[in-house]
Design a protein around this ligand. Sequence first.
Ligand SMILES: C[S@@+](CC[C@H](N)C(=O)[O-])C[C@H]1O[C@@H](n2cnc3c(N)ncnc32)[C@H](O)[C@@H]1O
Length: 279
Amino acid sequence: MKTYKLINLGSRFLKYSGILSNRLDSEIILSHVMGLPRERLLIKEKEIEKKEISKFKRLILRRSKSEPIAYITRKKEFRSTKFFVDNNSLIPRPETELLIDPIISIFKKKKLFFLDAGVGTGCIIFSILKELKHSKGVGIDKCKKTIINARKNLISLKLESRAKLIHKSISNVFVNKFDLIVSNPPYIINRDIKRLSPDIIKYEPRSALDGGNDGLDVIRKVIYKSKHILKLNGILALEIGNGQYSSVMKILRASNFRQKKVLKDYKNNIRCIFSTLQK
Ligand SMILES: C[S@@+](CC[C@H](N)C(=O)[O-])C[C@H]1O[C@@H](n2cnc3c(N)ncnc32)[C@H](O)[C@@H]1O
């Protein structure tokens, strides 16, 4: 069977299964199976071997059950870098990219020592380390399997000498004093989780989503702990959920943090707060 015919077949099956991005997904899955960039696959018709057709069908079937493409291909791009990901880690999101450039511009002349609380795939810590070559970072996560995934990315990005990954909860970090603490904590209100799309509910780790009864459980933990492990005038950079700005600011103020800047997503919602620790 030839490329186009197979892509059409996959796309039709996904459409029938209610997958809106059926054409694109079918193309991505075939390019993954063939080990070829999507553009090359589309330029030249090719006869596909039986073994590859069977693999393609298996992966299309997984996608038809709403499994995210990133888990099927085991990779996701974040700031043009490929990160290994499977269903033990949250798939890096575009809004998290918002955090990186401001951090780089604030610390570009410094030897930064920072903590990424809830490291996931490591997309935040490694993106910062890739740009700030004299910096060091510690990434923690309470999920052991996600730390194993982050370690794969640490090795493939060759950042072993500047990053440490530790399996622990933010509540158990005691010793260090950091210049920066960055975190994209779970922040979904738990009763709202059932309203997320099936891709998320069925496949992404609940511990990466669930922020407790008001969505703020882990945010609170990060803020309370940061008060003790951040240097004076150090920066806490938090990604927050849509509509959480006022409640998070209240917690920050009560812990002696002052707002430094906020970042908005393309829908004009405040999605990140940078604050500094005062005396
Ligand atoms: C929303 S995900 C973010 C992952 C990654 N930083 C990113 O931006 O893609 C939140 C992460 O925090 C971790 N986590 C949840 N509660 C935690 C806690 N108390 N201490 C440390 N990590 C925690 C979860 O396991 C998950 O990997």
